[in-house]
Structure formats: structure tokens, C-alpha cells
Design a binder for this molecule. Structure first.
Ligand code: AMP
Ligand code: TRP
Length: 327
């Protein structure tokens, strides 16, 4: 059975972007693949975090995985820092990655341009290598991610290929799996920017938002003055974004939605979308509340860490042997 690995950082509350761009795919894939879904907490600390918030969010994300529909009997759910092999392999792979490659990572370049490099941790700079380790430890074939992570998966392929060529067949070469619709959910207020936990409050729907907040955010989403419900990312980024969201959560095609709403105004369309979203998110929130405080969550995470440790340690031993690091 082919293997899947993916992860979400506990650096903020989960957003509709995470749900649509990542989690909905995880749920589909778990029936066909052996899946590993990780809470990548060591990625969160590449930028400063508040201790108690981080501690809470790590388990929040694990609980959301399950509440959204990831079945812990089918998939392995675990916390990255509970599997030490991730950091060990990361160091080894850093010594097999060129500075030039890291300099080309757009996420790093954007951030460095914005805030400068003096205040940026070296962990932020090398984090694509930690991500490569996450993926390569489990011989992952496919990595379901949003568009923003494509470059990091490509770097992972390069690192793995180089290692295999130099030291013999060690790693499976993974491929990214990016959804056709929804790979980049945009901010509701600034629809040319990615919806993100750290950006605009009003432009970002959180999975924990109450129904009235979700409704308010959707109703005030920025659109245009044409009053035509049509998918056209270049000229109508706001409406196109809402159509993508609508399409993913209802599994209706964009075409059929354009048809369905062709005689409606933006207000009516937004109202229908808000209702659909609330119908999806409300049951997730209820399930989340139950699982978040249950003993079962800790048991699932213990079990997940055990399985992940077994596989990851085996891989690290193989890597060390290849390099002459095992006695
Ligand atoms: P992060 O929250 O940065 O750890 O991202 C976790 C996953 O969610 C990654 O696969 C991202 O590509 C995906 N993701 C985050 N924000 C969005 C967005 N606005 N649209 C689509 N996918 C997203
Ligand atoms: N870097 C990813 C993000 O910011 C999160 C991540 C870490 C990840 N390790 C991963 C995603 C491994 C897929 C596979 O969204």
C-alpha cells in the first residue's frame, strides 16, 4: 500500500484554508493509502511562540484531525517532537543540502524581505530540511499539501535523490499532491492574499468560529461591483474564492454553481455559502469538544508516537549505516 505523510503546524488556530487545502484531502486519502498525519510542533517554533498557547494548540490540532474525519484506526496521528528521529535525520540532511537551495525557497525569501534576516531564526531558514525529514522517514509516496508547500516537496525530492545517488538507495522519492480546486484559499478581505492564521482577522475563518461570526465574515467578504457570479480569478478574485470554497464543501462543480446562482445577487449567494459552511463546521466543532478533553486523545497520540518511532528509528539506523555513523 502506498504511503501518505502530511502535517500542520500548531502556530495558530486552524483555518478554513487548512481545512480545504489540506484536511479534506487527508480524509479522502485515508481509505486508499497508509497515512501518517503529524502535528508538526517543531516547525511552529521556527518563529516565537507563547508556551501555554503552543501546548494547547498541539492537542487542538490532533483533536481537529479526528473531529474532521481522520479515523485513528486507519491513519497514524502523532506529534512530531515525540519522535526524535525527525531532528536527527534533519541534521544529517542539512549536511546534504546546499545553502543555495535554501536561499531559493520563496517562503524564506518573502519573510526575509519583509522582516530582514537579523530577527529571523536559523531554524526558519533550514525548516524545509526538517520537512524533508518528516516526509522521508516514512518512505512517503505522496504528500498532500496546499500550493504554498509545493516548492518544499520539490526540495525534498532533490535531497532524497542526491542522497540515494551518493550513498545507495535509501529514500523513497515522494510526490506532492495538490488539489485542483482549493489549493489556495484566499483571504476574504484581501482576496489576492492567502488566507492565513496570522493575517487579517476578518478575512480568515477559523474552524472554531461561532456560526454568527462565520456568517458575518462571509457576508462582508470583498467582491466586486459587477454583480455576476462567475469564476474569473484575475478579474474577480473575491467571487472566485467564494466559488472555490462553495465548490469544495458541497462537492458541486464551479460550473454548476455558476448556473445555480446565475439569477442571484451577491448577498443571496453569500447567504447560501454561509449556511453551507455552518452546516459543515458546526458538527466538526461538536465532535472536537468531545474528543479534545477525552482520555482517548492521549491514547491515540501515544499509540501514534509508538508506531512512528518504530518506523522512523529504523530509517535513521539505515541512514547512519550508509554514512558510517553506526559502530
Ligand atoms: P500550515 O498551517 O502552514 O501548517 O499549513 C498546513 C497545510 O494547510 C499545508 O498543506 C498548507 O498548504 C495548507 N494551507 C494553509 N493555508 C491554506 C490556504 N489558505 N489555502 C489552501 N491551503 C492552505
Ligand atoms: N511546512 C508545512 C506548512 O507550513 C507543514 C509541514 C511540515 C508539512 N512538515 C510537513 C507538510 C511534511 C507536509 C509534509 O504548511
Amino acid at each position: 500500500m502506498k504511503k501518505i505523510f502530511s502535517g500542520i503546524k500548531p502556530s495558530g488556530d486552524l483555518t478554513l484554508g487548512n481545512y480545504i487545502g489540506a484536511i479534506t484531502n487527508f480524509i479522502k486519502l485515508q481509505h486508499e493509502y497508509e497515512c501518517y498525519f503529524c502535528v508538526v510542533d517543531l516547525h511552529a517554533i521556527t518563529v516565537p511562540q507563547i508556551k501555554l498557547e503552543l501546548k494547547k494548540r498541539i492537542k487542538d490540532i490532533a483533536a481537529f484531525y479526528i473531529a474532521c474525519g481522520i479515523d485513528p484506526n486507519k491513519s497514524t496521528i502523532f506529534i512530531q517532537s515525540e519522535v526524535h528521529a525527525h531532528t536527527e535525520l534533519s541534521w544529517i540532511l542539512e549536511c546534504n543540502t546546499y545553502i543555495g537551495e535554501l536561499n531559493r525557497m520563496t517562503q524564506y525569501k518573502d519573510k526575509a524581505n519583509k522582516v530582514g534576516t537579523d530577527g529571523l531564526s536559523s531554524g526558519f531558514y533550514t525548516y524545509p530540511v526538517l520537512m524533508a525529514s518528516d516526509i522521508l522517514l516514512y518512505d512517503s509516496d505522496l504528500v498532500p499539501v496546499g500550493e504554498d508547500q509545493k516548492q518544499h516537496v520539490e526540495l525534498t525530492r532533490d535531497i532524497a535523490t542526491r542522497f540515494n545517488n551518493k550513498h545507495g538507495d535509501t529514500f523513497t522519492i515522494p510526490e506532492h499532491l495538490i488539489p485542483k480546486v482549493g489549493a489556495r484559499i484566499m483571504d476574504l478581505q484581501e482576496p489576492t492574499k492567502k488566507m492565513s492564521k496570522s493575517e487579517n482577522d476578518k478575512g480568515c475563518i477559523l474552524l472554531l468560529d461561532e456560526a454568527n461570526i462565520i456568517r458575518k465574515k462571509i457576508m462582508s467578504a470583498k467582491t466586486d461591483s459587477e454583480m455576476k457570479i462567475k469564476y474569473d480569478v484575475l478579474n474577480k478574485p473575491g467571487i472566485s474564492n467564494l466559488l472555490s470554497i462553495f465548490s469544495i464543501i458541497t462537492k458541486k462543480s464551479i460550473n454548476s454553481l455558476e448556473n445555480e446562482f446565475k439569477n442571484c445577487n451577491y448577498g443571496e449567494f453569500k447567504k447560501a455559502l454561509a449556511n453551507e459552511l455552518i452546516n459543515i463546521i458546526h458538527p466538526i466543532q461538536q465532535k472536537y469538544e468531545n474528543i479534545r478533553t477525552s482520555r482517548e486523545l492521549d491514547e491515540i497520540l501515544d499509540e501514534g508516537a509508538k508506531k512512528a518511532n518504530y518506523l522512523a528509528n529504523k530509517k535513521v539506523r539505515k541512514v547512519k549505516k550508509r554514512l558510517g555513523l553506526l559502530r
